[in-house]
Design a protein. Sequence first.
Lengths: 306, 306, 306, 306
Amino acid sequence: MDYINQIDIKAGMEIDELVRMMERCGFGARRLAEAVNIYEEMLSEDYTRVFTLAGAMVPAGMRNIISSLIRDGRIDVLVSTGANLVHDIIEGYSHHIRGDPLACDADLRDEGLSRIFDVYVEDDDFVKFEEILQEALPESSEPMTGSELLRVLGRRIEDERSILRSAYDRRVPIFCPALSDSMIGLQAWLCRQTRELYVDAFGDVGELVDICYGAERSGIVIIGGGVPKNFALQSMLVTPNSFDLAIQLTTDRPEAGGLSGASLSEAVSWGKIGAGAKKVTVYGDATITLPLMVAATLTRLEKKRV
Amino acid sequence: MDYINQIDIKAGMEIDELVRMMERCGFGARRLAEAVNIYEEMLSEDYTRVFTLAGAMVPAGMRNIISSLIRDGRIDVLVSTGANLVHDIIEGYSHHIRGDPLACDADLRDEGLSRIFDVYVEDDDFVKFEEILQEALPESSEPMTGSELLRVLGRRIEDERSILRSAYDRRVPIFCPALSDSMIGLQAWLCRQTRELYVDAFGDVGELVDICYGAERSGIVIIGGGVPKNFALQSMLVTPNSFDLAIQLTTDRPEAGGLSGASLSEAVSWGKIGAGAKKVTVYGDATITLPLMVAATLTRLEKKRV
Amino acid sequence: MDYINQIDIKAGMEIDELVRMMERCGFGARRLAEAVNIYEEMLSEDYTRVFTLAGAMVPAGMRNIISSLIRDGRIDVLVSTGANLVHDIIEGYSHHIRGDPLACDADLRDEGLSRIFDVYVEDDDFVKFEEILQEALPESSEPMTGSELLRVLGRRIEDERSILRSAYDRRVPIFCPALSDSMIGLQAWLCRQTRELYVDAFGDVGELVDICYGAERSGIVIIGGGVPKNFALQSMLVTPNSFDLAIQLTTDRPEAGGLSGASLSEAVSWGKIGAGAKKVTVYGDATITLPLMVAATLTRLEKKRV
Amino acid sequence: MDYINQIDIKAGMEIDELVRMMERCGFGARRLAEAVNIYEEMLSEDYTRVFTLAGAMVPAGMRNIISSLIRDGRIDVLVSTGANLVHDIIEGYSHHIRGDPLACDADLRDEGLSRIFDVYVEDDDFVKFEEILQEALPESSEPMTGSELLRVLGRRIEDERSILRSAYDRRVPIFCPALSDSMIGLQAWLCRQTRELYVDAFGDVGELVDICYGAERSGIVIIGGGVPKNFALQSMLVTPNSFDLAIQLTTDRPEAGGLSGASLSEAVSWGKIGAGAKKVTVYGDATITLPLMVAATLTRLEKKRV
């Protein structure tokens, strides 16, 4: 029989030490441990690794985790919301601010602060963002793909901890299927008052389909659902393949029927994830579960190397 | 003092009768009643009405609610996920199927059924979808906007209960900022193997900004967050205006920081929603709260007319 | 095949008209419709009907729904938190107040208002509560059961809309397994400084077990989980019976492992609910779903009678 | 200005190292870090420490965390659901089993397994539980308090990792306001067929009120809401005191109005928590957040001692 073990906590404990104990627990603890097991396999064996990013993860302080994974060759494809890329650019020249989720929003407006739950962004940072984008956005009479545009932006960023810059350096494609739905979209619209700039709305579809088609074995890490989750999963629909490993860190639930909260099992019925895939959803705030999962997995990889 | 009244239920009760009682209750009941009050004002006075649609609302049976609101002139701008439009097209020639959320997904895959929580879609419907799209997608060497493409599709649909067709008939623009993130995106990619079809990724940005700029008074109904919510709200950022009325029906919560679950108050700090706006979030499954809100509001409008 | 039907909304719609349409929808809407089908069977056929009540349903305005169900013979056993009974007594001589969930709680404290999300209670009402209880609590040197004590309190309440009074009038037992965890508990403690009052902590167990044992067919409605849910379900453990019909209206989810959010299916493994039972959980705020379920069910019962 | 710092992950990271970084993040990560700061103060300075325990924490593997906190003098009062104590007794002679949350519950029933999400309990363990309780439950013609009864049970348990035994050894009172709502309640009822056993339903109220009254400074850790949360907080109502430090680890949300999900701020309006108290709610599965909080805090205490 496969028993539950009671966790023993001690001072100075390493993250992976705790996670290994969680494997023999119930509920969220066990799911987190399963996620680490799957991520260890994804990173230590030969998988095409897709990483999807929704939610305000960069404003919350998760930027370096993503950019380090890219720099270390642990993400082959990033699918992101526009917002995370906008805030990645902002972190290149400024900082987000620790704020109060109960602050008066009308007062914040007067003080030039925009709120993202308990994080603020200064209006001045958006002014600077405009300057940078208006300079960086290319002139193009021929349609570019979204990922090409993001490479252009990545090349212009000097900060090596930037997600966009890291992806540029490592030639990791970033797909942002709702590029217009972000300040990048607003800046592109502004810039086109005076300059030609065409981005092909369907330009990225084929590129990701080709990657999925060519992947012998593939794994996906889904942070928070949304368009990035769906875009990555749907690319498998037009290939004979499906994801072999899948991890989802989310606060969304299945029962209201939205794709963000859909179980990974549901994706099996569509052929997006394989019937025999290893897969787990960890319910909870990804600002807690993502750092834990990455820290525990890196610890294991380090030990293997030695 | 403003007292709580205890609800009295009786057989044969009308929806608005109950909602009016809920106004003097607490918790979700009161929020639902506030939503109806705001929606009544939005529909009976002169507002530019933006409606955003995420979640699998069409597969769940909410299609006619949306298309009727459009036909009756109660939506001026629709912002949608691609998925809802795909399933709107499918409903034009077939039906979704009542399924079992606990079915074995590998078996469903073998039976040619794709699952959306407790709703199934038949593979054959996607085959037909491909035929229709491959015929309907236009040839265009010049970049179209996404909303132009959706108008082309809407014109080809004969079913008058279709959202796309209703919007075409009533000249209501539909914006789908993540058009590539849907089967429409996959079909567009396929179609371009043999035909020119360019959709401008930023084409819709200016059109919605112009509408927001020109709106003297505006209201927004947000179903389920996601890209549609953000795209509609961000358009206010580059105008001196902001939404005066706002209703959000969602299962998402603020504390994990994602935009889908962000409070409407947070949008005040950004200037997307006015400091003095009337606004309410009703937490819960929109397949329950949307029909209730619409039914109660239509009842009130009907009474006013008499 | 069993198709999804798209809902059609019209002005003046009755609640049950909408609920019947929801039966052919997906997600929460369908679950609500299933709950009404099960509740219709529970109320129109010969079932022993257990109703469990957690959450602040009385402060939110749901008191008359419960007391009417009792008066009309539709609840045979009520299992409740202490808080709902305390607020039932308060509603007998005062009102709860519609408040602001974002009010400053330190200010409310100074103003003599206690907050329950967006509902306030005045300190004066608790002063009066003390007077009433100190007079009403019996002297007893022999141990009473909790339900006997609640009958004593029910008899003293004049307000016919009271849950306690209605249960007293209809001889419906009320079980409150955590009686000490409420202001009734605090008042009992106070009263015992000067008077003998013994309530037997295990006194109710046998009474509910006997009811469950004697029930040929039984149904349960669970509002919000907690101790009332568990106490009612566990009584089946020591009988050869199990619930044949079960409805759960809750915002809790299963994956964190707590009993409140546990699926009704889980209760089948324990033998609390029958393997062949009809059962459904409606996720959402019970201040919305309970009135809908009761209104739709009463409409159907009324039509049957005619 | 108070900036967000981006987290840097490295192999072999200690838990507290990560938590310290989280302090400068947003969302759940920051809340977890705040909880550790508060817990560090609660454990390193002179506070009366109340710990409330709901949810199936013992079946999930959290038993040793609680019992070690008790043994190390870090809990002065434990308020628990009956279920956690029942499963604490079971862990003294057997183990819970790692199960499958998607198993067929009717099959489990036939196999003699009862399911708690993804944890199983064997029927045989309940048979043994009955033997133990029938032997251990005392004969008493005079009313005992609930905490006295739990001390009697604790004395009989040999397993030093037991919560009940640890509390007995350290003279830490355990209050279980819904004692009848558990297998202990069912066994007490059974035992009384042949033996006198009186437990006074209100016996514990005064004991906890006295502790709260006498506490110069007090702190509370709330795991998962429910009756334990309310019982501990309400004890402050009849004292001039209130909690100075408060931590809540829960998956419940405020907006449906139940006490389990109520914000700690709401408790300020009642006078249960002080207006100037340090307090934080960490939303998420406590099988993840509790071990993290305890491990990080113990690490800090260890460092202080050196």
